[in-house]
Write a protein that binds this ligand. Sequence first.
Ligand code: CP
Length: 340
Amino acid sequence: MSKRDFLAMEEWSPEAIDHLLALAVRCKRGEIEGGLVKKVLAMVFMDPSLRTRASMETAMFLHGGHALNLEPGKGSWALETELDTVMDGATVEHIIEMARVLGRYADALAVRSFPKGTDWAVEREDRTIRNFARYCDKPVINLESSRRHPCQGLADALTIREHLGETARKRFVLMWAWHPKALPTAVPASAAIAAAHLGMEITIARPAGYDLDPDDYRAIESLAKGRGGSLQVTDDLAGAIAGAHVVYPKSWGSLLHFGTPDAERSLREGKRDWRLTQPRMGTTAGGRGIAMHCLPVRRNVEIDGEVLDGPNSAVIDEAENRLHVQRALMLELIGDRNGY
Ligand code: CP
């Protein structure tokens, strides 16, 4: 039987995602014990993390398993991710051997690798996570790659369901936010895919020049329509937020200027008002729309402190739900299936 990876939410069927979310609810209620005894998850973090690392380690521990953490270049050998290369520079370990060797020790491999390059045409292929999946013979889990953060998407979907109950045709706004750095598009694309899975009416509010990759728009729209929802894209932030049930502010860099930071910075200039404020939250549905963010968040830059600390904030629930969806994911991928 071929192995099953979790690289992008939309690559699993809606039924499989709903099954995972239902299992996550049972984990959260304390209904499932064990299931991962003596199972090992090898985690490779090529970029920093708080939530992803802590929640994955906790998820494995809670069910009797173990997670080991490797940081290439900081305690494990500097990693070469290019397949066809002559390794006569700084890198020591090749991705092919790393993937194959960890597959001999662990039951699953989980990888975080942000985009590093200067060319979106290359980064959009998501080669690092896809090559780990290609060369490791155990399930590979994406802990945020160039294109997707599917564990975050699962947590987003669970959080929206918990707060809204019925989600079909409710309004989800993915709002571009100003930030001092050009950030990746993996989280915003994955959040919109999560809302699409829930059949929501999705609005992406962004200034000109900040469109997501066209393939992301196609994936979001196709999934949303298949689930009874819709997608629209606008630069009218006030119009988008008015009546919204969920507002998800997130910054991302312009793909038009990927790899040319000076040009990107110029485009971003003058857009600091793209920030989630309390007056803006007051215009959401009944004034009770929820504010979400994957975290870490820059207070009073992306979201005002009074929103983060206020009654509409779902950001800590969202972070907690990373734990429960990943417990479900690990049980589904490598669990022993006894008792649940
Ligand atoms: N949301 C998220 O992935 O957080 P970390 O980057 O801290 O893991």
